[in-house]
Design a protein around this ligand. Structure first.
Ligand code: NAP
Length: 288
């Protein structure tokens, strides 16, 4: 298949390109300088020239603080950008895989969110991502929406810069005697290579629709840090941060666990437990 990956040099996009190439597909990676998804004409003409069979959109404005400061730009990229891709999918005739987020939920449920749960975003980022989902659902015919959560990979997250949670913990452990981490926020940490393999697996099916695609199981950020230190043999002292010790500038869900119910029902779920994803990632880091 001819595959285009938008956001090809991003944290997830890099692994998606690699996974499709490993699968023997013809991959055309598009970085921001190649395509502006908030511009309909640019999106239409760039993808029209390529004429792909399958497009993966990993591009987003997803720095939560930046989105809050600039809701118009956030909507232009996350909402209108998704609409432009959905329109292009109809005009050009490709299947669209659009990446979304756990931040469409408010976290109040306190048990894993299913695709059938009603979204209630707490911030501009989540609101604009759910707008993007609705555009895709109402315009495209052959589409997948894949909600991912708490992702980490070898490539840097371009929107957030710096380190991911794992590399941040490893850096702090090499600099400090004690690290304090919150124990009252829950996620399913997910390795981008596992998501990329899941996307390739889904591309071979025609079970279109909305899916959750995170690692199996969940943990608090404290548990995640503890597992990182256990697996790397670190002896740094890890303690539980007090509630409010790291105040967030923008409201976020404190419970962000997704269940891959749709993928399981379609017999498409190949996501590993989060501990296994972390082990693979640490192995890749060591080999580098
Ligand atoms: N990171 C997380 O923890 C997380 C959690 C849940 C969901 N997600 C979702 O996962 C997806 C991928 O995240 P990521 O961490 O891989 O992102 P990333 O590293 O920031 O990569 C995003 C890519 O999209 C490009 N891009 C941004 N705006 C664009 C635009 N208007 N037109 C075309 N390209 C544009 C960026 O290019 P430039 O950098 O050059 O602008 C970059 O190549 C996003 O949809 C995000 O909402 C992420």
């Amino acid at each position: 298949m001819k595959i285009s990956v938008i956001g090809a040099n991003g944290q997830l996009g890099t692994d998606v390109c690699r996974a499709f190439r490993d699968n023997g597909d013809d991959v055309i990676g598009l970085n921001h300088e190649h395509i502006e998804i908030s511009d309909h004409n640019d999106t239409r003409s760039t993808l029209g020239d390529i004429d792909p069979d399958f497009v993966v959109n990993t591009a987003a404005m997803h720095n939560v603080e930046e989105c809050e400061k600039d809701p118009e730009k956030s909507f232009a990229v996350n909402g209108i950008g998704a609409r432009n891709l959905a329109l292009a999918s109809q005009e050009i005739g490709f299947t669209l895989m659009h990446i979304s987020t756990d931040y469409v939920f408010d976290g109040v449920k306190q048990s894993p969110y299913l695709e059938s749960d009603c979204p209630r975003p707490l911030n501009v980022y989540g609101n604009t991502k759910i707008a993007g989902e609705f555009f895709v659902e109402t315009i495209a015919e052959q589409y997948f929406i894949l909600r991912v959560s708490a992702i980490y990979g070898e490539s840097l997250c371009r929107a957030k810069g710096g380190l991911n949670f794992v590399t941040l913990m490893l850096k702090l452990a090499s600099e400090r005697d004690e690290i304090r981490v919150v124990n009252d926020e829950f996620v399913s940490p997910t390795y981008t290579r596992d998501i990329a393999k899941q996307i390739v697996h889904m591309a071979g099916s025609s079970h279109y629709g909305l899916y959750h695609g995170t690692s199996q199981g969940s943990c608090s950020w404290y548990d995640f840090a503890a597992k990182i230190f256990e697996l790397t043999g670190s002896t740094v002292k890890l303690t539980v941060a007090d509630p409010g010790e790291f105040p967030a500038k923008v409201p976020r869900p404190t419970y962000s666990v997704l269940e891959n119910k749709g993928l399981q029902e379609a017999k498409l779920d190949i996501m590993p437990p989060w501990e296994k994803g972390l082990k693979s990632y640490l192995k890749t880091l060591r080999e580098k």
